[in-house]
Design a protein around this ligand. Structure first.
Ligand SMILES: [Zn+2]
Length: 328
């Protein structure tokens, strides 16, 4: 993707960021500075189920830890399941996120991303087949998939997003959690989850359940933020995607491969996309990475950018981690 000069602004991310900060402030215990204990619970590593961790940083009242056994990074303690679901169905910031998805720049970007996956999926499983899109949001991916002949069902908790998918695209979307689908009643050829797995409290169980819902040799396509990206490694807690309320798991190529293998997937193929060079440049220039006061990089920084872009591509350090896999 060509990073627009003001991609964050043209896609309303500044407005989203303000609303999110306000909501996070309300979750905080003003005495301790941490998220209120009544809203949180301590959890084990979702990958290896061990409890030994080291704290890597704190942000907005959340603590981010790394598992001593397997290096997986996650939020701990984290919001309770009830609170998490509540935020997806009723919160101002999540409604603004829907507006982000409807902006011209974001729509264009997502079309590219989804068409990449559809090219990949159709190389393995040609339409018409049954496709389940978990957390389908406004239905943009399913709309493209149906145009290619796939028979799609979506799952979405957010009312505003679900309504858009139904009314605007005429899609079939259920207000159901994937764990409530019974594999004895329904089987799918393809399951997709774009920007979803990192939000879920129980990624291991969900992937296991997805495996059960797939037919033999069924196909899985995922997209998660890449915590091994150059932007994540450089910005650490300042990275936009480091968000203790929404993003509970921080996958890398290695940890995503592990969790897929542990849940019965094979032929795992991982690639990365989106250099996010602009936020890195802003940060190196002593500015806010995403919303700089002075939107101008110095000449020395500008001259290294093409070299850094090459490294990002070569070492799979892009911001998004794309994964495809097959049921074993
Ligand atoms: Zn672990």
């Amino acid at each position: 993707m060509v990073h627009h000069k003001h991609f964050e602004i043209s896609t309303l991310r500044d407005i989203y960021d303000q609303a999110r900060k306000k909501e996070l402030q309300e979750l905080k215990d003003l005495e301790t500075g941490y998220i209120k204990a009544t809203l949180t619970e301590a959890v084990k590593c979702a990958l290896c189920f061990q409890e030994d961790t080291r704290t890597i940083f704190e942000k907005q009242g959340f603590t981010f830890v790394q598992c001593v056994n397997c290096d997986f990074i996650y939020t701990n303690p984290r919001l309770t399941n009830t609170k998490i679901l509540q935020d997806y169905t009723h919160s101002e910031s999540n409604d603004i996120w829907i507006e982000i998805l409807l902006t011209a720049d974001q729509t264009k970007y997502n079309n590219q991303k989804y068409n990449f996956f559809l090219d990949e999926i159709s190389r393995h499983i040609s339409p018409p087949r049954q496709l389940l899109d978990i957390g389908c949001s406004i239905g943009q991916f399913m709309h493209l998939a149906e145009k290619r002949g796939y028979k799609c069902t979506g799952l979405e908790q957010n009312n505003k997003a679900r309504k858009h998918a139904e009314d605007h695209y005429g899609l079939t979307v259920e207000n159901t959690l994937v764990e409530d689908l019974d594999p004895r009643n329904t089987q799918y050829d393809i399951i997709t989850m774009f920007g979803v797995l990192e939000h879920l409290p129980n990624p291991h169980d969900i992937l296991h359940h997805c495996n059960q819902l797939l037919v033999k040799d069924g196909f899985l396509a995922l997209l998660v933020p890449n915590n091994g990206s150059l932007v994540a490694r450089m910005l650490h807690d300042k990275a936009f995607g480091v968000d203790g309320r929404n993003h509970l798991s921080y996958f890398t190529k290695r940890t995503l491969t592990m969790i897929l293998e542990n849940n019965g997937f094979t032929d795992i193929n991982l690639t990365t996309r989106v250099s996010c060079i602009k936020p890195i440049g802003n940060y190196l220039n002593y500015q806010d990475p995403y919303f700089p006061n002075m939107d101008k990089m110095d000449d020395e920084l500008v001259s290294i950018i093409p070299e850094v872009e090459k490294i990002i591509d070569q070492y799979d350090m892009g911001h998004h981690l794309y994964a495809t896999a097959r049921k074993k």
